[in-house]
Write a protein that binds this ligand. Structure first.
Ligand SMILES: [Zn+2]
Length: 278
C-alpha cells in the first residue's frame, strides 16, 4: 500500500514538471472509489498550480482559463495499489489505467489495479467535497505546530493502545504500519501501552522517532527511486533497514532477544518485549 513517503516522493516527482501546464484533455477508465463529480471537459484549458500533499492525498489545483470556466482542482488518492506516472508520450491506456490528465507537459496517468484509489473534482481544497474527505486527518508529522506538548495532550485524551492510535491517523498522519512499529521501537515504547499512560518525555521521544523514521523513508525513496512511479520503492527500500518490522524471531539489534510479532487492530505488530516498556 502506498504510504505517506511514497505519496510525498510522487508529489516531488510531478510538482515541478506539471506546474504551469495546460490541460488539453482528460479520460476516465473504470469507476474508482469515488466518482470524479464533473465531466472531464470541466478541466480542459485549465492551468495546473503547485501540487500539495495532505496526509496521503494529493491536491492538483486547476486555475480556470476564463470566466466561462470554474477554478477547482483534483483531489487524488492512491488507495491500496495506485501509482501516478507523468508520461512524455503516453501509450494507449492499459486495463488498469483509470485516469489520464493530458497536459501540455505530458500525461499524468493513474494506474490502479484494485481501484481503491480516487480522483475527485472539488472547487477548492477547503470546499466540499475535498474538505469532507480531509477533515478527519490528524496533523502533518513535520508541521512545526505539532509540538511535543500538543502531541502529549492529544495522547492524554485517548485510552486506546498507542500502536492502534498511530495507525488511526488522528494523532498524526503518516504513521503507517512499518513506520509505527519502527518509531515505537526507537522510542522504547510497548505497542500495547495505552496512550494516556505515556509520559511527556516519552511522547516527545515518540514524536522525534516518528519524524526520524519518516525522514529516513523519504531519503530511501528519494535516493532509490529514479522513477517515482515505483510507489512501493520508498517502503521497500526502507524495509531493508527496519529494526523490528518483518523480523519476527530474529535477534533484536539492541538486546538480542527475539523480535516478537502480535496482531493488533488486525495488523501485524513487531516489537521487542525487552526494549519496549509498558
Ligand atoms: Zn531488544
Amino acid at each position: 500500500m502506498p504510504e505517506l513517503p511514497e505519496v510525498e516522493v510522487t508529489r516531488r516527482g510531478i510538482d515541478a514538471p506539471l506546474r504551469g501546464a495546460h490541460v488539453l484533455s482528460a479520460r476516465l477508465g473504470k469507476p474508482l472509489r469515488w466518482p470524479l463529480g464533473v465531466t472531464v471537459d470541466t478541466m480542459v484549458g485549465a492551468t495546473v498550480g503547485p501540487v500539495l500533499r495532505r496526509g496521503k492525498y494529493l491536491w492538483l489545483p486547476l486555475a480556470a482559463r476564463g470566466a466561462e470556466q470554474r477554478d477547482g482542482g483534483l483531489l487524488m488518492h492512491l488507495g491500496m495499489s495506485g501509482s501516478l506516472a507523468l508520461l512524455a508520450r503516453a501509450p494507449a491506456p492499459g486495463a488498469h489505467d483509470h485516469f489520464d490528465l493530458v497536459t501540455s507537459r505530458g500525461t499524468l496517468r493513474l494506474n490502479d489495479p484494485r481501484r481503491f484509489g480516487a480522483v475527485v473534482w472539488s472547487p477548492a481544497i477547503d470546499a466540499l467535497p475535498a474538505a469532507a474527505l480531509l477533515q478527519r486527518l490528524g496533523p502533518e508529522p513535520f508541521d512545526a505546530a505539532l509540538t511535543s506538548e500538543r502531541f502529549h495532550a492529544a495522547l492524554h485524551q485517548r485510552r486506546t493502545p498507542i500502536k492502534a492510535a498511530l495507525l488511526g491517523g488522528e494523532l498524526v498522519v503518516g504513521a503507517g504500519n512499518i513506520y509505527a512499529c519502527e518509531a515505537l521501537f526507537q522510542a522504547g515504547i510497548h505497542p500495547g501501552l495505552r496512550c494516556n499512560r505515556i509520559s511527556r518525555p516519552r511522547a516527545a521521544r515518540l514524536l522525534a522517532a516518528l519524524r526520524d523514521t519518516l525522514s529516513r523513508a523519504l531519503d530511501a525513496g528519494g535516493s532509490t527511486l529514479r522513477d517515482f512511479t515505483d510507489v512501493h520503492g520508498a517502503s521497500g527500500a526502507f524495509q531493508s533497514e527496519a529494526a523490528v518490522y518483518g523480523r519476527a524471531g530474529l535477534a533484536c539489534q539492541r538486546c538480542s532477544a527475539p523480535v516478537r510479532r502480535a496482531v493488533q487492530a488486525q495488523r501485524s505488530t513487531y516489537f521487542c518485549a525487552v526494549c519496549q516498556k509498558r
